[in-house]
Ligand binder design. Structure first.
Ligand code: NAD
Length: 283
């Protein structure tokens, strides 16, 4: 069984991002800049935002965190985003989720200019992805694809099964696997006889947000298992959607949590940020 560690893959991406960032900074006399808008004080969101800021700074990018109170109105947050859209020195913008309940996701998705939309959530970017002409790829599914490529696990001609249909992970994951010539089984919380479907998968990708619910009974012998889930168990330990020790007895390759997909997501965000900066300058 191979443990599919994210760190070497993320490190190789970040080394390339660092070079591109240095070139950009030298050529345009300013570093690329990422702006993160956070509304409210969700502890996990604050932690993720800090991690993004730290990574951007390590790479020599400018980073701005715009922290707004949970009481900020959607109209006010929209005006903040509009200013960032128009700011020539801001290359990438993202809005940290979850947002307070007063925000309607169907509207918020349109706020960030598509060319600064480094999370690739704007409907134009989502549409381009589904039609096969993406500019930015959503960070977590793109992280999964990059990790598979690094470990030379090709989806081509394979049966892949994706558990979860969120717009952030499950749906774009299906689009990327389909474009990579996999045959995809897509499951959600209403899927009947889940294990019968998952057992057919050569590559099983789990993004259900349910702690350690995939055991070896869901897995075909020799399958590759990618665990996107992140949870903190009752002892404070970080675990995934997959019961690692159990599934490891049957899978041929599996991502650990932590140390698997989580570290990939932030690396892909940094890659999208330098790509956004270069595209805006047309280099
Ligand atoms: P979500 O809650 O938006 O979506 C979960 C999906 O799983 C839903 O579509 C639901 O239908 C499906 N589902 C739930 N229970 C199921 C079941 N029993 N059988 C089949 N399908 C089921 O979650 P999300 O935002 O896609 O995130 C999923 C997990 O991935 C969470 O644990 C989240 O914390 C984690 N996550 C990790 C990263 C990362 O960087 N590693 C990034 C995003 C999300």
């Amino acid at each position: 069984m191979i443990k599919l560690l994210g760190k070497p893959v993320a490190d190789s991406i970040l080394a390339k991002v660092l070079k591109r960032t240095q070139n950009f900074t030298q050529k345009w006399n300013r570093p690329p800049q990422l702006a993160v808008v956070i509304v409210g004080e969700d502890p996990a969101s604050i932690l993720y935002t800090r991690k993004k800021e730290q990574k951007a700074k390590e790479l020599g990018m400018d980073h701005r965190t715009i922290a707004l109170p949970a009481t900020a109105s959607p109209a006010f947050v929209y005006s903040v985003i509009q200013e960032l859209n128009q700011d020539r020195d801001v290359d990438g913008i993202l809005i940290q989720r979850p947002l307070p309940r007063s925000f309607f996701e169907g509207e918020v998705l349109f706020w960030i200019s598509p060319e600064k939309d480094v999370d690739a959530f704007h409907p134009l970017n989502a549409g381009k992805l589904f039609l096969g002409f993406p500019i930015f790829l959503p960070c977590t599914p793109s992280g999964v694809m990059t990790l598979l490529e690094y470990y030379q696990i090709s989806p081509r001609g394979k049966i892949a099964c994706v558990i979860g249909r969120s717009s952030i992970v499950g749906k774009p994951m299906v689009a990327l696997l389909t474009q990579a010539d996999a045959t995809v089984i897509h499951c959600n919380s209403k899927t009947p006889q889940l294990s019968k479907l998952t057992q057919q998968a050569d590559i099983l990708i789990v993004a259900a947000g349910k702690m350690e619910f995939i055991n070896k009974d869901y897995v075909q012998k020799g399958a590759t298992v990618i665990d996107v889930g992140i949870h903190r168990d009752s002892k404070g330990k970080i675990v995934g959607d997959v019961l690692f020790e159990d599934v490891a007895t049957k899978a041929s390759a599996i991502t650990p949590v932590p140390g698997g997909i989580g570290v990939m997501t932030i690396a892909l965000l940094m890659q999208n940020t330098i790509t956004a900066a270069e595209l805006r300058k047309k280099i």
